[in-house]
Design a protein around this ligand. Structure first.
Ligand code: NAG
Ligand code: NAG
Ligand code: NAG
Ligand code: NAG
Length: 388
């Protein structure tokens, strides 16, 4: 058999064998040969698969071992997550200069390659404690994922919130800030810059410890989200407390017809927040030439934005305040002022403004100033009067 197989194996032409061998023996020999060939093929296949698997697995394991650091065990190495996840700890060691630079990063492709739910950044500019905190907790409850909180307080103030509080761990590195001085604008820019580090923050809402929300979260979220304009009070006041504070040394960067005044409490979108943190043109002029009695926090952002992006401004504030008592400070309301009638007749009644270029009677979403003693009655009437 061996001698017969060999010539057959070596013979390339079956027709030649056909001629030299007997017709009865040929099918059997062919069959045997085919069987052998098949066996060899199967053996080779198994060896190949086993080899590939073994070495394949071996090399993957090697890669995994060499690329993973113990602290990144749950993260995809170099994935997009590293860019889009907000910092887990708000404390950092960046200087203001470094922070503003970092916060000025803007993606040039406008469509986000991931599901981005736009959030509101509530930025609390405070001296320290937040006496109306429980009202804000009630207001924000159930809306997790749609907001983030940042608190700027005096650097000496040590926040002690329980880990269940919405204010827990939300303090940003802060510095002393004085009303009417550039250090106040610095604090506001610091809040904006820290909040910009979370790419999901779309609206930036500046409030103080004496501010309260006037509607439930859904109403406020939709009102602001659907607005074509950012809310920054900006008007041309010809009097001594308006144009009277203008300093001619600011020209030609700012001339008198461009000078604006407005309340410091604003709601701006991400684009304008970047305009504010990236500014190096107007800042030196205001720092040098707007000092008391020029109160820079009433002029810097309104004037700068009215020059840079006039068509993106609503030119009004969303924060109700009562100046009717006169004097340098607005009225502060305490325990005895807080009644349903106070809100229905004093705050909500007779509002008139434009919203997205249409007349509207819903003009104020927040109000100030409220004393700590107002908390209890506010909590009491909030569901009936504010809807939360
Ligand atoms: C919020 O208030 C509006 C208007 O008062 C009301 O229609 C809506 O149901 C409230 N939403 C929630 C979630 O309570
Ligand atoms: C101020 O600037 C505006 C806009 O650039 C210009 O139209 C106006 O003439 C300037 N006014 C003065 C007094 O320089
Ligand atoms: C806000 O004021 C600017 C001028 O400073 C103006 O160009 C703009 O149209 C105003 N915005 C609205 C919504 O009226
Ligand atoms: C809360 O409301 C109830 C009923 O309206 C009233 O009896 C109570 O005195 C109120 N508490 C405060 C602190 O206002």
């Amino acid at each position: 058999m061996q001698t017969r197989v060999v010539p057959l194996e070596e013979g390339k032409d079956p027709s030649l064998i056909n001629k030299t061998n007997q017709s009865r023996a040929l099918p059997l020999r062919l069959f045997q040969l085919f069987g052998l060939f098949l066996a060899l093929c199967i053996a080779f296949t198994f060896i190949s698969i086993y080899t590939i698997r073994f070495f394949g697995v071996q090399s993957v394991v090697t890669t995994v071992k060499s690329n993973f650091e113990p602290c990144f065990e749950k993260e995809k190495p170099n994935g997009l997550d590293n860019w889009i996840k907000p910092p887990s700890n708000l404390m950092h060691t960046m200087s203001d200069k470094e922070l503003l630079w970092r916060a000025s990063f803007v993606p040039r492709i406008k469509k986000y390659p991931f599901r981005r739910v736009p959030k509101f950044a509530f930025m609390f500019l405070t001296k320290g404690p937040l006496p109306l905190g429980p009202l804000w907790e009630k207001f924000l409850k159930g809306h997790e994922g749609l907001y983030s909180i940042y608190v700027h307080s005096l650097p000496t103030y040590e926040a002690k919130y329980p880990s269940s509080s919405i204010f827990y761990g939300r303090q940003i590195p802060s510095q002393i800030s004085e009303w009417g001085r550039m250090s106040m604008c610095d604090a506001e820019r610091r809040l904006l810059a820290n909040a910009l580090l979370d790419i999901s923050n779309e609206w930036f809402i500046l409030v103080s410890e004496s501010c309260i929300p006037l509607y439930n979260f859904s109403v406020i979220y939709h009102y602001i989200m659907r607005s074509k304009y950012s809310f920054m009070g900006a008007f041309d006041d010809p009097g001594p407390y308006g144009r009277g504070r203008y300093n001619e040394n600011m020209a030609p960067v700012v001339n008198i017809s461009q000078w604006r005044k407005g309340s410091q409490w604003f709601e701006v979108n991400r684009k304008l927040a970047v305009n504010i943190v990236e500014d190096t043109t107007f800042y030196p002029k205001f720092e040098q030439f707007c000092r008391p009695a020029c109160y820079v926090d009433e002029h810097y952002f309104p004037t700068m934005l009215a020059i840079l992006v006039p068509n993106l401004l609503a030119n009004r504030s969303l924060t109700w305040v009562d100046w009717s008592r006169g004097g340098a400070h607005p009225a502060t309301f305490g325990r005895n002022d807080i009644t349903e009638e106070f809100f229905l007749h004093k705050v909500f009644e007779g509002q008139q403004c434009t919203y997205n270029s249409q007349p509207s009677s819903t003009c104020f979403l927040f109000a100030r100033k409220f004393a700590p003693s107002a908390l209890d009655p506010l909590m009491n009437i909030s569901s009936k009067v504010f809807g939360f």
